[in-house]
Design a protein around this ligand. Structure first.
Ligand code: TXA
Ligand code: MG
Length: 319
């Protein structure tokens, strides 16, 4: 794969200034309510190509297109199904991505050759301001090097992509901390391809929800094939924190104080699953920076945002 040329990365809080880079076909990282994204003009294939180079991302892993209006959804897709209309009405803007048949306007590189396109309208005011200033939809995967945990702060973006992208539009730490929920909305059931910031229980209030069978998941959402969301340290999922053995080489994050908490290299006790979601990826990065060997994570209950956390942990532990 081609290496990124070294560039100077500008830090700014000005959306109009960041939008100038996008107009020139350059990459801009920006905050959303889920995680930071790495944006490029979705209609500029050469700009989109740069995303794959900067992240070292496999070319067959398609990108989510971020929009500021329903008019943009219509331009990117061939059909907005009744189900998609219901989901848009209930959850746009927000942490939901819907997959629909793509229109001819969408460059092949965006969809990895698929006949579908993934679309999301973020609700973060800075993301919406950037989309407004640019005037075109933005392709944006999470702004990390491929395989690393998604960035929840602008400094995590710099750690991974500093010197490889033109600009970082700075915002606060992200509110949710996990990526959006991805739903195939082509049929009459919402098929959940990736659990995320919008809990399946919420979607079930407006639509029939289904999880794909293992056999259909891989072709439906190519990104699920890759190792993801993972720190360098070995993640170990824990059901009973009292069974974890503290050591200077290990870290713990969970809902209860483990025995010998002070003997861990890092120990973080959170109040609930929402706080765990918000803190998890930054905790992973912090552990990697201090060369922790094993990270123990107490599993949240399998409900609400807890389901998405469990999904990310399962992927991180598998290696
Ligand atoms: O919260 C988020 O979704 C963040 C922010 C920046 O919006 N973005 C994000 O993008 O997580 P990324 O590229 O890291 O993950 C996108 C996921 C991948 O698993 C990809 O395979 C899937 O969405 N995807 C994209 N287009 C698809 C399509 N046409 N059909 C099925 N899955 C698709
Ligand atoms: Mg990602």
């Amino acid at each position: 794969m081609v290496e990124s040329p070294l560039v100077k990365t500008l830090l700014t809080t000005s959306a109009p200034e960041a939008a100038e880079f996008l107009r020139r076909g350059e990459l801009v990282a920006f905050p959303t309510e889920t995680v930071y994204g790495l944006g490029a003009n979705a209609f500029d294939a050469a700009a989109v190509e740069r995303i794959f180079v900067a992240k070292s991302r496999p070319a067959d892993n398609p990108l989510i297109v971020h929009v500021a209006s329903i008019g943009d959804v219509a331009r990117l897709t061939r059909e907005i199904t009744p189900l998609a209309n219901r989901l848009i009405g209930a959850f746009f803007p927000g942490p939901l991505t819907i997959v629909l048949p793509r229109s001819a306007d969408v460059p092949d590189i965006v969809t990895g050759g698929l006949e579908t396109v993934a679309v999301r309208m973020p609700r973060h005011p800075v993301a919406l301001e950037l989309l407004g200033a640019a005037g075109f939809p933005l392709c944006a995967p999470s702004a990390n090097r491929s395989g690393r945990p998604s960035p929840t702060t602008w400094s995590a973006v710099i750690d991974d992509l500093g010197g490889r992208i033109a600009c970082v539009l700075q915002g606060k730490a992200t509110e949710i901390g996990l990526e959006s929920t991805v739903v195939d909305a082509r049929g009459d059931e919402a098929v959940i391809l990736r659990e995320g910031g919008l809990p399946a229980e919420e979607i079930a209030k407006v639509a029939r929800v289904r999880f794909p069978a293992a056999s259909e998941e891989a072709p439906a959402s190519p990104g699920t094939r890759y190792r993801h969301y993972a720190p360098s340290a070995q993640v170990r999922r824990v059901v009973h924190p009292e069974e974890v053995r503290a050591s200077r080489d290990a870290a713990f994050i969970g809902f209860h104080h483990p025995k010998g908490a002070a003997d861990f290299a890092r120990c973080r006790v959170v109040a609930d699953a929402a706080e765990m979601a918000r803190e998890l990826f930054a905790f992973f990065r912090d552990c990697d920076a201090s060369a922790v060997g094993t990270i123990y994570v107490e599993l949240p209950a399998e409900e609400g945002i807890g389901r998405a956390i469990r999904d990310r942990l399962e992927r991180a532990e598998r290696r």
